[in-house]
Design a binder for this molecule. Sequence first.
Ligand SMILES: [Mg+2]
Length: 290
Amino acid sequence: MCLYRCVPLYFPARICYIGIAEEGSATVGSAVLFDFDDTLVETAVHFDRAKKEFTRLLAGLGLGDEELPEVLNRYDIAEVEAAGGFHRDCFPRALVAVYRYYCRRAGRPVASEVVRTVTALGRAVYDRVPRVRPGAVDLLRALAGRRRLILVTTGDQEVQMKRLAASGLAGWFDAVHVLPVKDEDAYRCIAQTRGLVPERSWMVGNSIRADINPARRVGFRCIFVPHPRTWDYDLEEPVGGHLQADSLAEARRFIEPLAKTRMRMLRTKKFPTAAACPAGDVTPAGGTAP
Ligand SMILES: [Mg+2]
């Protein structure tokens, strides 16, 4: 179970530093875990644009009504739940399902050409180059070399790795986990695999459901960074005990004091800027954990 949850794992080809924390230091067994979508990069905006385009397309066919956003949301969530996690086909399938739904309601035949167009519209979302959120690079730069940085993201492995590479952020991470879902088992497994003490580590993300609650239950310190476009699927009653930051800059102020704990650096390198970071500088699992 644990292995399933943690596979696939990725390690960067370039380890920017090697450091050993002082004995008994708060940095032993610690790391900062980051969510990717709508925490470090903008993602929801691409889905919203696709939904608007889909709405226009349906309107042009004389289909749809004021309930369309809610219907689409329902189908979208149903596809994710049916797939057991985030899969690249979920969103295109949801769009097609909604098109079929409105065809049924209107007593109209389903046109295969429209199905193809709608499917392409849904798939195109994953080809968009993700825009890095304000403060993301500053935060990663400030923490790199002081804490292990681990990306914990959900979605299709190939899609997420491609998007991470395109974002230019790949080079900052010591490890990347692409998972079907982020639940308690997943966080527990990451802690075991990476030798983390959850109480000394942070999870930073925009989803109460995926980033905050399950990580809190395992014992991680958590910083909730709300995003205005957060999907309904990510909403949940918080279990409590987390911090909330209005921005990544504010999140940095929570983490940084602890990250400044003295470390004995064995070897240092100047860290690259985001633009200079080798975008695709990650290699498949099988290496040695940092
Ligand atoms: Mg997110």
